[in-house]
Design a protein around this ligand. Structure first.
Ligand code: F6R
Length: 613
């Protein structure tokens, strides 16, 4: 979704802003712009990518020691040059960038129009910048005060950054429900961004703005924070754990491929210090404190969206199997609007890579109001979900830049496996020998993922055969059913081929009608309790001339005889099959997308972090 960058200090702002916007490209956007303060405010913006913005600027003046930049993912108004941010106020002396939605923009706009304001764009953002100008004019106050008063008049979600021609070098920033990070440089300069990725190469000292906080940033001075009610806040400075090399492609053609290949390490990092085979122990720090609550809970409810929801489904199977606690898995966007029954005896766990997904955040707020204990499983350290939950665990997958989630999924499943084992051990629902065996099986998953990566060449060949298919079906049973959903999602989102995931046995209840020689069917047929049943499902597909691509356990002979293509991966305990079998599915969608010349890391219409509801 929209990305925000800002800089004020003694350096040349333009290269910092452009580089920052490039770092934020992974979030997904359709237009870009920058404004520089240099003897007045200089604005450049256009529809398209950052490179289009650079071309548009050409040899234009880009001097200035402070400025703001934006990548826009359209919500109000189509993506075009006029709707791109930053937006000037009508008088032309205030300029603003915004991530989020001003919900009452229509009524505010009507009032401003009645006072003579003329609007150039279709955006809610232009309404806010004019409101700030109107307040400043009528009250003759500082920019920060006008921003504060304006924010008291609007509702919705926002992160905003504002500059005024009358206060050179000063930046005012604020947030409510949309993230904003302020980096504090060594030379009294400041960096702002929607997440820490544009900041990390300049400073590790950051302040995450909290909801309802406003920052007045003046180079060379201490950072001033206050609330919308004008109360002073002492900035809480944190040290970033992010490393610059994690944000580079490191020799891979795409971030997605790099992230697929990082999984042996990222899954290992998700377990590090949390699992000891020698001591027969599993411990998840931030979750452990809520162990008793979870054991006594009526239900554990996972809330999530997209890939994280698929991880939640695996989590349901794991926890019900190993710890015998009832689990429900909810789409955050449905949960919050359907008046769900939640009590203080429920534990609600949000699963989110970004920790910023608007629907997931809103669902957590609802659960809090109903008295449930709320926990989080997030990847991004310091993210909103991580901060509003009572406790939780980070997945420690490292930054995920490719829009299609890969390593975040396997790390989420790893943390959920640890959680299920921890709860099962505490509750005594896993007998000792099974617990020990399972612990050993989980501990060697990174090596098995490494081996699964060796399927790359064969997967690439299969991709070449099917790159022009119009539809795909993905089938799996038990723990591999969520993986069928995830495999189909990966293909849809980056290659734009229609794909559906189904529980293999459900096929008979409808989707089997789709099967003919044109329909590739990916079946996850690894060894496990439902293996024979899956083999029967493959027979059913073959009997209708479907083309079967089967992911099987090493050495499998039975499926090899009937499937058209097989991809062998190391055998593993059924519950951990999603961790290993996800690798060839990720690679299949990756290669197909590359062969179709799709933008793998930034697929059309998609955003990495969905900060609007
Ligand atoms: C798919 C994908 C999305 C996200 C979803 C939730 O590859 O990345 O479906 O999983 O938008 O995002 P988070 O996990 O950040 O809450």
């Amino acid at each position: 979704m929209c990305g925000i960058v800002g800089y004020t200090g003694t350096k040349d702002a333009f290269p910092i802003l452009i580089k920052g916007l490039q770092r934020l490209e992974y979030r997904g956007y359709d237009s870009a712009g920058v404004a520089l303060a240099n003897d007045g405010l200089q604005l450049y913006k256009c529809k398209g990518k950052v490179v289009d913005l650079q071309n548009h600027i050409g040899n234009g003046t880009t001097h200035g020691n402070s400025g703001i930049g934006h990548t826009r993912w359209a919500t109000h108004g189509e993506p075009n040059d006029v709707n791109a941010h930053p937006h000037f106020s009508m008088g032309g002396n205030i300029i603003l960038i915004h991530n989020g939605i001003i919900e009452n923009y229509d009524s505010v706009k009507k009032e401003l129009v009645a006072r003579g304001y003329i609007f150039k764009s279709d955006t809610d953002t232009e309404v806010l910048v004019n409101l700030i100008e109107e307040i400043q004019k009528s009250e003759n106050c500082k920019l920060s005060e006008a921003v504060r008063k304006a924010l008291n008049e609007v509702h919705g979600a926002y992160a905003i950054v504002v500059m005024s021609e009358d206060e050179p070098g000063v930046i005012v920033a604020a947030r409510k429900s949309s993230p904003l990070v302020i980096g504090i440089g060594e030379d009294g300069d400041f960096f702002l961004a929607s997440d820490a990725t544009p900041i990390v190469e300049y400073t590790k000292n950051v302040v995450y703005l909290e909801d309802g906080e406003i920052a007045e940033i003046v180079p060379g001075q201490e950072l001033k924070l206050f609330t919308e009610k004008k109360q002073k806040v002492t900035p809480y400075i944190q040290e970033l754990e992010l490393h610059l090399e994690e944000l580079e492609k490191g020799g891979y053609d795409h971030f997605m491929l790099k992230e697929i290949y990082e999984q042996p390490r990222s899954v290992h990092d998700s377990m590090r210090g949390r699992l000891s085979v020698k001591r027969g122990l599993v411990h998840l720090g931030g979750m452990g404190d809520y162990e008793k609550k979870m054991l006594a809970a009526d239900r554990i409810i996972f809330i999530a969206c997209g890939t994280s929801w698929h991880a939640g489904l695996v989590g349901e199977y794991l926890i019900e199997d190993l710890a015998r606690i009832p689990v429900e898995v909810e789409y955050a966007s449905e949960f919050r609007y359907r008046n769900p029954i939640i009590t203080e005896r429920d534990v609600v766990i949000a699963i989110s890579q970004s920790g910023e997904t608007a629907d997931t955040l809103a669902a957590l707020e609802l659960a809090t109001r109903k008295g449930a204990t709320i926990l989080g499983i997030c990847n991004v350290v310091g993210s909103s979900i991580a901060r509003i939950t009572d406790g939780g665990s980070y997945t420690h997958a490292g930054p995920e830049i490719g829009v299609a989630s890969t390593k975040a999924f396997t790390s989420q499943v790893t943390v959920l496996s640890l959680l299920a084992l921890m709860l099962g051990q505490a509750k005594g629902t896993i007998e000792r020998s099974r617990f020990h065996r399972t612990l050993v099986d989980l501990s060697v998953i990174p090596e098995k993922i490494e081996a699964a990566l060796q399927t790359d060449a064969i997967v690439k060949k299969i991709a070449a055969e099917f790159k022009d298919a119009r539809n795909f079906l993905y089938l799996g049973r038990g723990y591999c059913f969520p993986l069928a959903l995830e495999g189909a999602l990966k293909l849809k989102e980056i290659s734009y081929i229609h794909a559906e995931g189904y529980p293999a046995a459900e096929m008979k209840h409808g989707p089997i009608a789709l099967i003919d020689e044109e329909m590739p069917v990916v079946v996850i047929a690894t060894k496990g309790p439902s293996y024979e049943k899956v083999v029967s499902n493959i027979q059913e597909v073959k009997a209708r001339k479907g083309v079967v691509i089967a992911v099987v356990s090493e050495g499998d002979e039975q499926v090899k005889e009937i499937a058209d293509y097989t991809i062998e991966i190391p055998e593993t305990e059924e519950m951990f099959a999603p961790l290993v079998a996800s690798v060839p599915l990720q690679l299949l969608s990756y290669h197909i997308a590359v062969m179709r010349e799709c933008n793998v890391d930034q697929p059309r219409n998609l955003a990495k972090s969905v900060t609007v509801e």
